[in-house]
Each structure stands twice: as structure tokens, then as C-alpha cells.
Design a protein around this ligand. Structure first.
Ligand code: EPS
Length: 404
């Protein structure tokens, strides 16, 4: 059973995590983790904070001579911005009078936070609900990503739309209908989308999106969008139909929905299937070279809560960021009067970053059910279990059904 917890406030000293449950002898370096952190910071439309931070993780425990020990791995990311927030975020009682925030931003955790935790300053809600926390999540999930790579599982993403601007070519349809070359994988997808300022797959689409972001900036507004995350090389058999909480799709939906500002998650062609006949929605089963496959992949690599061996396809929607430079209506809690909401430094668009965070969370969910199935205290043991299962899979089915 793998698990991780994170700690840290957006403008606190640092973010930390403890990651537990990965087998020993998995090779991992700080460079590998930092590469993922850099990817999370990228994207046209980020705010000033990303100019202050250059996120890098310090490994504090759990790794020796470049390999996991099987012990808890602790990681730390320093917030460079802490310098500017020491008094406002003082751990000791403050000497000076710190101005309290009293106007909640619609769509953010401000009002629900003060309601629930009995705060007299919205700052106390802002800090932990900020998407800054996703930096340390990406660091934690890098261990899961590296682990999966050992088994040929690669995770990639692209942005499908920002502000309602979609590409001409429907790349998703290509994914659903298995019309990609057999050598296509998550890594190759990232080699294209990482090059784009907004993680899209064609330059014309990129231009249109950048123009829309410029417009949002000019208006002091923000934008959301949709993105797609895929995992290739996932073996058949992760997850289970026996209980609601063991289903791979339920696990993934939970993970992706847990990312700040995500308001919708779809596995495969979920919404398309709801509008069409079953014959157009389901993926016909094929057999070739002692392997089952499917003609199409509208199920997004999961049937009955179990992985089919085809790419896992997840699509999600991120709402526009709640902090607007041109404010909308709110209430000042100190006077209870109707006012305009507060301005605060923020990103204009963070959909590309959200896609990278979703890659990380998907890696975590897959690694969790992968280790549940294959177990092992060392990576060597996990590999033995994995190859034992996958190499005999087809033969077992054939033997079981012979003469039936
Ligand atoms: C973020 C850091 C934050 C925000 C953003 C994500 O920095 P600051 O609040 O200091 O400007 O830019 O957080 C939000 C979008 C949010 O809603 O809280 C980061 O590191 O990703």
C-alpha cells in the first residue's frame, strides 16, 4: 500500500511530503524529480509567483546511493517567496498588526474555509487551499512515475482547449480509434506537448490560444480549459470490479478531481458513449499473435474497473482561476456590505500546469493498484511477480477454455 501526505502553506517556509510503500532498489535522482517540477511551472499565462520560484526538491531520507531503501522518502521544496512573507506568515505570534483579509473571492475556498474553520482572517484559508501545494504533489508522484517507467508504463498529456478554443484535428478521436502508430506512447506525447507554450499539439492552435490568453490578461480575467492525460503500457488486470473502492476508474477520478480547480473528469469517450448506440460505443475484441486487444479504445483502457492493457485515457476540465484582476461581486465580512471581490496576485491560466499535475496524480493511482497487484519489497521481486503474471496470461486463458 503506497501513501503520501503533504504539508506546507503557499507562502510558508517550504512544502514537504512523506512518500511511503515503494519497494527498495528503485533508482531515482533529484534531477528526475526536478525535471517534473520544472514542467509544472511552465505554460504561458502563469503569474508573477512562477518568476520568483524555481522549484527544486531536496531529498531528505529514504534514498541511498541513488536507490530507494524501502523506507519513507521525505522531500522538501523551499518557497523562495518566504523572504517576502516572513511577518505575514509568522509562526510565532506577530509583533506588528497584520492586515486581515475580509473579502472572499467567489469560486475560491475563502468563504467556505472561514465558515468551516472559524477563522477571522481569510489568509488562513488561502494558504493551504492554494494550488501551490501541487508542487510537492508532483515531487511525491515522481517516485510513482519513475517506478512505472521500470515496467514500460509512460504517462503524457496535452491541452485540448483553453477558453473554448479547440484544435482543428481531433487527436482524441485518433486515440479512441487506435489510429496511432504502435510505437506511440506517453513519453512521445510529451516530447511534442512539452515544446508548446500551452501544451497543445499544433502551432496554429497554440497561436489562437495565446491570443485568447492575451485578451484575458487585458481584461484582468482568467481562463480554464480541458486537457487529456494518457498512460501507455499499463498491464491487463489493475483494479477490480469486486468493490466500489477497488475500481481503477474510481481511483483515477478521485485523484484527478482532487486537483485544485478541476470540475470534471471523463474516462475514455464517456460523454460521447452516453449519446450513442452501444454498437458505436463499445470496443470490439480482437486477437493477434497470442494477445487480445480491442479495435477501438472508447473505454479509455478500463472495463469493469479493470485495466484492459490499452492506453488509459483521462480527460478533465479545469475551471478558470478564481482570483480575478477585474473583480466580481462579493461581501466584506467586516461590514457585511456588498463589495467587489479583492485583487490578489495570481495566474491567468494554469491549464498546462494542471495537465502535468494530472499526469502525476494518474501515475500515483496506477502505481497504487500496480503494487496492490504485484507487491514486492524490492523492485527485483516486483519485476519477478510482474513478468510471471504477464508472460503466462494468454496461456492461462487458452488452457482454461480449451474444449469448452
Ligand atoms: C501557485 C502559486 C500561487 C498561485 C497559484 C499556484 O502563487 P501566489 O498565490 O503566491 O501568487 O500562483 O495558486 C492558485 C492558482 C490558487 O488558486 O491558489 C503554484 O505554485 O502553482
Amino acid at each position: 500500500m503506497i501513501r503520501f501526505l503533504t504539508a506546507g502553506e503557499s507562502h510558508g517556509k517550504s512544502l514537504t511530503t512523506i512518500v511511503e510503500g515503494f519497494p527498495s532498489n528503485l533508482k531515482i535522482t533529484a534531477d528526475y524529480i526536478n525535471h517534473q517540477l520544472k514542467r509544472r511551472q511552465a505554460g504561458y499565462g502563469r503569474g508573477l509567483r512562477m518568476k520568483i520560484e524555481s522549484d527544486s526538491a531536496e531529498i531528505l531520507s529514504g534514498i541511498r546511493f541513488g536507490k530507494t531503501l524501502g523506507t519513507p522518502i521525505s522531500l522538501l521544496i523551499k518557497n523562495n517567496d518566504w523572504e517576502n512573507w516572513q511577518s505575514k506568515m509568522s509562526i510565532e505570534e506577530a509583533d506588528e498588526q497584520i492586515e486581515k483579509i475580509t473579502i472572499p473571492r467567489p469560486g475560491h475556498a475563502d468563504l467556505v474555509g472561514v465558515s468551516k474553520y472559524n477563522f477571522d482572517d481569510i489568509r488562513n484559508s488561502i494558504e493551504r487551499s492554494s494550488a501551490r501545494e501541487t508542487a510537492i504533489r508532483v515531487a511525491a508522484c515522481s517516485i510513482a512515475r519513475k517506478f512505472l517507467e521500470e515496467f514500460g508504463v509512460h504517462i503524457g498529456s496535452f491541452v485540448e482547449s483553453i477558453g473554448g478554443i479547440y484544435p482543428k484535428e481531433n487527436f482524441l478521436e485518433k486515440l479512441y480509434t487506435n489510429r496511432l502508430s504502435s510505437s506511440f506512447n506517453g513519453k512521445k506525447l510529451n516530447s511534442i506537448s512539452d515544446k508548446s507554450l500551452v501544451r497543445v499539439l499544433d502551432s496554429d492552435h497554440e497561436k489562437k490560444i495565446i491570443n485568447k490568453i492575451k485578451l484575458a490578461k487585458k481584461k484582468g480575467d482568467t481562463l480554464g480549459g480541458t486537457f487529456v492525460v494518457i498512460a501507455t503500457g499499463v498491464p491487463v488486470g489493475l483494479g477490480s470490479f469486486v468493490h466500489y473502492d477497488r475500481r481503477l476508474d474510481a481511483e483515477i477520478a478521485h485523484s484527478i478531481m482532487s486537483i485544485n480547480a478541476v470540475k470534471g473528469v471523463e474516462i475514455g469517450a464517456g460523454f460521447y458513449s452516453a449519446e450513442n448506440f452501444g454498437s458505436a460505443a463499445h470496443d470490439e475484441i480482437t486477437i493477434s499473435k497470442n494477445k487480445f486487444s480491442r479495435k477501438t479504445n472508447r473505454a479509455g483502457g478500463i472495463e469493469g474497473g479493470i485495466s484492459t492493457g490499452l492506453p488509459i485515457i483521462v480527460r478533465a476540465a479545469m475551471k478558470p482561476i478564481a482570483t480575478l484582476m477585474s473583480p466580481i461581486e462579493s461581501v466584506d465580512l467586516s461590514t457585511m456590505n456588498k463589495v467587489h471581490s479583492r485583487r490578489e496576485r495570481s495566474d491567468f491560466v494554469a491549464v498546462p500546469a494542471c495537465a502535468v499535475i494530472a499526469e502525476s496524480m494518474l501515475a500515483w493511482s496506477i502505481a497504487k493498484l500496480f503494487l496492490e497487484k504485484f507487491g514486492g519489497d524490492s523492485i527485483e521481486e516486483t519485476k519477478e511477480n510482474f513478468f510471471n503474471y504477464t508472460s503466462k496470461l494468454f496461456g492461462r486463458i487458452r488452457k482454461n477454455f480449451k474444449g469448452s
